[in-house]
Design a protein around this ligand. Sequence first.
Ligand code: AMP
Ligand code: GLY
Length: 412
Amino acid sequence: MKILIVGNGARESAIALKLSADHRISKMYFAKGNATTAKLGQNVYEDSVAGLRDFAINERIDLTIVGPEAPLVEGIVDEFKAHNLKIFGPRKRTAELEGSKAFSKKFMQTNNIKTAKAVVFDAYQEAMDYVKTQKFPIVIKASGLAGGKGVVIADDLTEAESTIHRFMIERIYGDAGIQLVIEEYLRGFEASIIAFANGKKLFPCIPVKDYKKAGTGDKGPNTGGMGSVAPSPEFTDAHYKDFEDHILAPTLAGLNAANIHFKGFIFFGLMVTNEGTYLLEYNMRLGDPETQVLLALLENELFDVIMDCLEGRDIELKFKDEKAVCLVMCSGGYPHRIETGFEVRNLNQVKHSQVLFAGAKNVGDKVLTTGGRVLSVVATGDSYEEARKKVYEDALSIKFDYGFYREDIGKF
Ligand code: AMP
Ligand code: GLY
């Protein structure tokens, strides 16, 4: 079997590592890949949908797995299917559940899914008039894809008005800000649940805790994710029951009602408040850094569960009865301006963990930084503390100029 994996983060490195142990897979290609995937297969410098389609045809790829949201929203699955290429992921129309927050909010409302109260706006003046009547903080979201930056929690009317202006008039995220979702602020803790979909049913993985803020103690700006822990230590059976009854089941019913029978991943971004579990958003893909800890604990062969889903068979996911911790090491300045090109040193001193590269490439026998999130350090143990110790001991050895990481991942 020849496999193509689209993406270049530590998420894709984790997929690659998991699949690399599977003897049925003869070769893996990565578009565009990174320093880890270059060791496990071949990186290809192609990222247009048409270019990837041609590559998959020419190389006779047996299965394509898509990591990031952009190609899904662009319609890579429709294009591959039109050429009889096997690919795991939702079609363009279904990917809109992530690509358009207006569409997904309407889907949640229509299907009685437990979510924050919200109103969708297409007109600037209506949005401006609306926030004058609201309580603060309030959450303002650009509807389209904005690389995780299109959500602002406005603390007062001035901030709300300037945000609406920047999104709708200045268009700081381009067309992503043509429509806004303005919603009630929910106070609580977050959890991520990712499910496999086989076209008929959804099969959830264990809940994960993702650390979104850049700084230790949950300080500073939002990022793509600074670390993760599985299973989430905060998400109880009662929270899960609430999720099953008021989010998972009505989502499946809503998909069926809309005649959507996709095969791929669906990611539920949850907020747990005193009133229970609420859905903040769907992502139609695996999360990063959630994948790093989930795959460290997944007992099934990833290839089997994906193929079973593609063929419409039910799956039974099994996770090790252990804890996994993932620490993300970043370039100085992330998530804002960063400098790259620094050597990642002392990798041979890593003893207990798996190092999965993201923004890093091989140059000769060196690894150089290329992005904001440089690498993930992942370990498992019988307790959070054991996994956490392994990760932090190894992180202490790994060096690159101006690198930083949070000190409190997996600390409760
Ligand atoms: P989203 O892309 O919709 O998940 O929003 C990104 C982040 O903004 C979430 O992970 C939360 O930290 C925060 N957020 C989004 N919606 C809300 C809300 N209604 N109340 C509080 N925080 C929110
Ligand atoms: N960690 C959240 C995401 O992948 O969107």
